[in-house]
Write a protein that binds this ligand. Structure first.
Ligand code: UDP
Length: 422
């Protein structure tokens, strides 16, 4: 199949760990590679965010990344990108020319806006190409948890459901998302589920672990944004110290790549201030961004990986930890409900509950044999269910269903979304 991926802000070529660079970048990159490996021809369209980038970057056989001019060619927060989606759509359909793809797969709601518009431009076979949508995150869920702190553009409240209802198929990454999508008005019959995966060649239990001292190491990995709940891990560390566990450290990975960047990062500074107030700052290691190739060694150095987000559309980090045989303590939200099996591959705790987090960590601290068993079972689960090849096969099935959809159904979405301007 000839596949176009659209990922407006999340380039598969970007460095990870910054505020807007995380799971979506990994997902688009790994899924595209896996689809190319299965013989498909994949072109990923992303916004040019640096004037020096080449127009087209060949990645491997069957996979190219196209940088489309859409807005100023510099890094911009994703929440200001909506006005440039029209330009992105024009760039995509211009690149297609007279040879549109068999399917377009959009990632994140704004890419969906651009993909649907690009598909509308192309009428070569008599109707537009099928558009599949993976949201990665839903505005309804974000607003529920972040309230006034949510910086999404207001148009998201009506454009996102409109994308969901208009796309030929929506690919949810976890069962929790299916409920949210149905609540948004996406018919169940148009939803497929394909989770995110983990790079099993990179993440495994066999390789080296970063050196560390004697302390029990808790690691937290991800973008340094409040909703990831890193402050809960700092509070749990303090609770453990209060209950006599002085032999514990917390490694925080993510955020800026150097100390100057971390010094000016408000979330990094908030976490350090909290650790100082709680008297555990000497046990908090703020590492900053870790390049992808070094991540397995960092994860293997941990005795437990904590993922304590308020909400989580999917969460690739727990899978990476599981693949490295490290037990995971995760809040029971979103994708973490599917990936982490309580008492088998890790422990679930309620969200935003530092006491429960500390108690779960104490359980692992006191039972190293149990912790090892959870880690080993996590590795098995990651290998059995979450290889990118398996995810690509599931995604391919969704593509086939969409391609088989009727032209009549597709004509329904020839009108601009909700008839409203962006
Ligand atoms: N990551 C990384 N270096 C960092 C921080 C994060 O490579 O310094 C990677 C991490 O290993 C994972 C991704 O970024 O592959 C984060 O994905 P996840 O789905 O857990 O969170 P998201 O960022 O999508 O909210």
């Amino acid at each position: 199949m000839k596949i176009s991926m659209v990922s407006e802000h999340a380039s598969p070529l970007a460095a990870l760990g910054g505020v807007d660079a995380g799971g979506q970048n990994v997902h688009v990159a790994a899924l595209s590679v896996a689809l190319a490996r299965r013989g498909h021809s994949v072109r990923v369209y992303t916004r040019r965010d640096d004037p020096g980038l080449p127009a087209v970057v060949p990645v491997r056989d069957g996979l190219e990344v196209v940088h489309v001019e859409a807005g100023p060619p510099r890094a911009l927060p994703k929440d200001v990108l909506l006005p440039y989606m029209h330009e992105l759509a024009e760039g995509i359909s211009a690149d297609w020319g007279a040879a549109p793809p068999d399917v377009v797969h959009a990632h994140f709601w704004m890419s969906g806006v651009a993909a649907l518009e690009a598909a509308r431009h192309v009428e070569a076979p008599g109707y537009p190409v099928p558009v599949l949508q993976t949201f990665h995150a839903l505005g309804t869920v974000k607003k529920r948890h972040q309230g006034a702190e949510d910086t999404s553009p207001p148009q998201r409240t009506w454009l996102e459901p409109s994308v969901g209802r208009t796309a030929d198929r929506v690919i949810a990454t976890c069962s929790d998302e299916v409920f949210e999508l149905k609540a948004m008005g996406v018919p169940g019959g148009r939803i497929s589920v394909a989770p995110c995966g983990v790079d099993l060649e990179l993440f495994g239990s066999g390789g080296p672990a970063e050196r560390k001292g004697q302390r029990f190491r808790i690691a937290v990995v991800g973008r340094l944004v409040p909703r990831k709940g890193v402050d809960l891990a700092v509070q749990a560390l303090a609770l453990l110290a209060e209950s006599g566990h002085d032999d514990v450290e917390l490694l925080i990975v993510g955020g800026a790549s150097d100390s100057a960047g971390l010094a000016s990062d408000p979330e990094a500074q908030r976490l350090l201030a909290l650790a100082r107030i709680l008297g555990v700052v000497d046990r908090v290691l703020l590492r900053g961004q870790v390049p992808r190739e070094q991540m397995p060694a960092v994860l293997r150095s941990a005795d437990a990986v904590v993922c304590a987000p308020w909400y989580e559309p999917f969460g690739i980090v727990p899978l990476e930890a599981m693949a490295c045989s490290v037990p995971v303590v995760a809040s029971a939200v979103g994708g973490l409900i599917d990936t982490v099996v309580h008492g088998k591959t890790g422990l679930h705790v309620p969200p935003r509950d530092p006491q429960a987090l500390a108690a779960a960590l104490a359980e692992l601290l006191h039972n190293p044999g149990y912790a090892r068993r959870l880690g080993a079972a996590g590795r098995q689960r990651a290998r059995a269910r979450y290889s990118w090849d398996r995810v690509a096969a599931d995604t391919e099935k969704a593509y086939q269903v969409a391609v088989g959809g009727t032209a009549a159904a597709r004509r329904n979405r020839l009108q601009p979304l909700g008839g409203k301007a962006l």
